[in-house]
Ligand binder design. Structure first.
Ligand SMILES: Cc1cc2nc3c(=O)[nH]c(=O)nc-3n(C[C@H](O)[C@H](O)[C@H](O)COP(=O)(O)OP(=O)(O)OC[C@H]3O[C@@H](n4cnc5c(N)ncnc54)[C@H](O)[C@@H]3O)c2cc1C
Length: 381
């Protein structure tokens, strides 16, 4: 079949590859002038540092098949994300762990003592937390909440944690040991040469053609048997019902001679510091040596129509509009909406790849069984 895929990010590339290997002909178009979507990496012209152009990306997964898949296309080197945070004039270790607790409260507690100490800080009058704030107060108490969650969350989401659902902070966000590895997953790493060469290798198949700087136009779909859309769900319908809300990010680039902050990611918890974090990109490639350094100060704000949509907001208002778009999409034939924008969900790279592989397989199963292809293989609701 002639397959049209909108977007040359991970979703488009992985679906295209799977279908091309099965003999389908895949045309992938992307409005940007590069492949890789938001995972795109490139060397900084001035310093030679490998840059995560759309923000820091760390690969982590428990999905062994996905880990083997990405390792089949590029070499991954070990990398563990160890995030630090500045708050109230100090530098602390994240996620909140025994070191953070002992330093923050000026103590030398062992795990059991710290557990009892934090339990005493927690607000036990909150029995059924509804909001992010209630959830945090119940788990960690006011001091840690205000230093590490409140200001950061206000900056990140542009609203009070009292307006955000408790589900954002699901598990106990505290470790009672000295484990400061940001992710729990079994497999973690960083592609040695960045993500873009990995996605280039995925796209390197005779059944795939890629056209860059090419926004979708309706006549493209007329020539295709089926379309996979990894652009914004509302964008497919020309925003006819209104715009789904997103947060966007501004990256303020600056260079430094030497090592600016000694780690890849430093969060800023205080509300009066306007940025959420600083990323120092050379620390994402610790196997490389660079005298100079490039950093991004990261600011978060509501996305306007001109901005890159980064994080779906998914509060009550957005979910109502989303349901209307899902109904429109479900009534659309020969189009499947995929990926983080097409399904309006935050998806890590490993989940994106897992869903893309499953989507391609489900599509081929539908063809084999003569069943209609659904608009969504993963429900956005
Ligand atoms: C700031 C940030 C940090 C992240 N950090 C991590 C991390 O540390 N670890 C992790 O696992 N994941 C991380 N992610 C998630 C990761 O970026 C996504 O999993 C991944 O990018 C999803 O791929 P995608 O192909 O679905 O979407 P995208 O990468 O967004 O690709 C969609 C593509 O579609 C194109 N497109 C859109 N509309 C059109 C159109 N009309 N015509 C043509 N082309 C179009 C876009 O240009 C884009 O290239 C992070 C995301 C963000 C925003």
């Amino acid at each position: 079949m002639q397959i049209l895929l909108i977007g040359a990010g991970l979703s488009g590339a992985v679906i295209g590859r799977r279908l091309a290997e099965a003999g389908h002909s895949c045309r992938i178009v992307d409005s940007r002038n590069h492949i890789g979507g938001n995972c795109h990496t490139e060397r900084d012209a001035e310093t030679g540092v490998m840059m995560h152009v759309y923000g820091p990306h760390i690969f982590h997964t428990d999905d062994e098949e996905v880990w083997n898949y990405v390792n089949g296309f590029t070499e991954f080197l070990p990398f563990q994300n160890r995030v630090k945070a500045q708050a109230r004039g100090g530098v602390y270790s994240l996620p909140i762990n025994l070191l953070t607790i002992n330093q923050f409260f000026g103590k030398t507690m062992r795990p059991e003592e710290a557990k009892a100490f934090i339990a005493a800080q927690a607000d036990t009058s909150i029995t059924d937390p509804q909001t992010f704030e209630e959830q945090a107060l119940r788990f960690v108490g006011r001091d840690l909440y205000e230093a590490f969650f409140k200001g950061y969350t206000e900056k990140q989401w542009g609203c009070s944690p009292t307006e955000l659902p408790a589900s954002i902070l699901k598990r106990l966000p505290v470790r009672f040991n000295y484990d400061d590895n940001y992710f729990f997953h079994r497999f973690q790493g960083m592609p040695r040469d960045g993500y873009t060469p990995m996605i280039e290798a995925i796209l390197d198949h005779p059944g795939i053609t890629v056209e860059l700087s090419t926004p979708y136009a309706a006549e493209m779909a007329a020539k295709a048997d089926h379309v996979f859309w990894s652009g914004p769900l509302d964008g497919y319908f020309d925003y006819a019902l209104g715009r789904l809300g997103y947060r966007t990010l501004d990256f303020e680039r600056f260079t430094y001679q030497g090592d600016y902050q000694g780690c890849a990611v430093m969060n800023y918890g205080d509300r009066d510091v306007p940025y959420t974090r600083i990323t120092e990109h050379k620390h994402f490639s610790p196997w490389e040596t660079h005298e100079q350094s490039v950093c991004y100060r990261e600011y978060s704000r509501a996305a306007t129509p001109e901005d890159i949509p980064y994080y779906p907001i998914r509060l009550v208002e957005e979910k109502a509009l989303l349901a209307d778009y899902v109904a429109k999409a479900t009534a659309t034939e020969r189009v499947t909406f995929v990926g983080r924008l097409g399904t309006y969900r935050y998806l890590d790279m490993d989940v994106t790849i897992r869903e893309a592989l499953d989507t391609a397989d489900a599509f081929m199963n539908c063809l084999a069984d003569g069943r209609p292809v659904p608009a969504f293989m993963s429900s956005p609701l």
